[in-house]
Design a protein around this ligand. Sequence first.
Ligand code: SF4
Ligand code: SF4
Length: 434
Amino acid sequence: MADERVEVDYHPMWEALGMDLPAHDALLGAVGEMYGDIYLTQENRPESTGYLDFVASNIHSGRIKEMVDAKGSGDATKVIGSFCLYVPEEVITACNGISVGLCSGADWATEQVEERLPRNTCPLIKSFTGFKLGNVCPYIESSDLVVGENTCDGKKKAYEYFGTLKPMHVMDVPNVHTDEALAMWKSQVRQFAKRVEEETGVELTVENLRAAIKQANDKRRALQRLSATRAADPVPISGLDSLLTVQAAFMDDPARLTDAVNAMAEECETRVAAGEGAAPRGAKRILYTGTPMAVPNWKLYNIIEKAGGVVVGEEACTGYRYYKDLVDESGETVDELLDAIAERYFKINCAIFSPNPGRVEDIVRLAKELNADGIIDCALQFCTLYEMESADVQAAAEEAGIPCMHITTDYANEDTGQLTTRIQAFLEMLRPRR
Ligand code: SF4
Ligand code: SF4
C-alpha cells in the first residue's frame, strides 16, 4: 500500500481544519518516533500487519483527506465523533455519515487543561480536552458533531465544557442492568437516531439501517476470527498488533478494515497450523483487563511484551467488548432494528454498571479460553470505577486460580522503570497453565 505522506503535503488541509500546524507537526513527529520504537522493532510479525503500518502512517493524513473528500463529493454526509463504545456506529453509517472514535491516549496542552479541569482528573479526559484546546486532532476538528455519554462522573462533567467548544449530543447511559434501564436506553438510542437524522438530513430506513448493521457485524466477525487465533501457543500475533487492530477499527474505513482483519486472521490461522509465533512457544501469556487503551497509548503492552510476555487477549473496550456481540439483523422495521442495536450495546460490561458481575465472569472465561497464565488489571490514574472494581477482579481471579496483578498508571513515562520491574517479577512467578 502506498505511503502518501512522502508525496502529498497535507498542511493546507490541516490549516483549513483550523489546526495548530507547528504543534501538530511536533505531535506527529513524537508519535511517529514512538511507533518506530514500539511497533517496528517487533520480530516475527505476520506480513499482513503491513496494513497496521499503513493505518499508522495515514491516520492524520490520508484517512482525513478521504473523509474530507467524501463529504465534499457528497459520498458522505457528516463526520460524527465519539469517545465511548456505547455510541452506536450503525445509526451514523446508516445515515451515510462517517463514524470516528476520538482517540485520547496522550497528554497534550496539560497546563491549559488544568486551568479548566481539576488536576486529579483521569488522563483520558484530560487528553481529549487537551487535543481540542491545542487544536492538534484532525478527527475532532473534522467532526461536525461530537457524541458524548453520561458514563463516569469525570466524563459527564467534562462534556459540559467540551460542549462549549464543539457541537455535542450527550447520550444518557444507564448504570444498572434492569428492564427499566434497558427501556430508558432504548429511548436514548431513539433520541440519538433523531439527532443523527437531523444532522445528516437522511432518514433511517430498514434498508440503510440493516446494511449498516451488517457492515458493523462483518467488522466484529473479522475481529472475533482474529482473536480466536490468539489462543494458540505460540501466539501468531502480538498483543501490540492486536491492540492496534482494534484502535484502527475506530478510525479506518470499515470495509477496508474488515478485509484487512480477515487477511490477518487468515495468515494467523496458517501460522497456527505451522506452529509459527510472534512470540516464542511458552512465552508467558497475559490477559489484559481494565480501562481502554486509546491511540497512541501502547505503553503497558510494550512493557509486557518487551519483558518477554505476550498479551493474548483483552477484556476492555479496546478489545473483546468492541467485537464480542453482534446486532440481530432480522428486524423488519426501523423500530425493531433500533431495539436490536440498543440491546446489543446494553451488553457492554463497562465499570459504570453497578453491580457488574458480567465483567468478572468474562475475565475469568477469557483467561481460560485464551490460555492466559496471568491477568493484568489496569486502571488509569484517578479512574475510581476501574480502581474500585479491581477488588472484584482480584477475588474472581484468585478463586479461579489465575494470578492477577493490579496496576494504576497514566500516559507519562515516569513510571516505566518501576512498571517494568513489577511486570518482570510478575512474569517470572507465572507458571504455564496449559
Ligand atoms: S470503559 Fe465505559 S466509558 Fe469507557 S469507552 Fe468503555 S463503555 Fe465507554
Ligand atoms: S478511564 Fe475511568 S475516569 Fe477515565 S474516562 Fe474512563 S471511566 Fe472515566
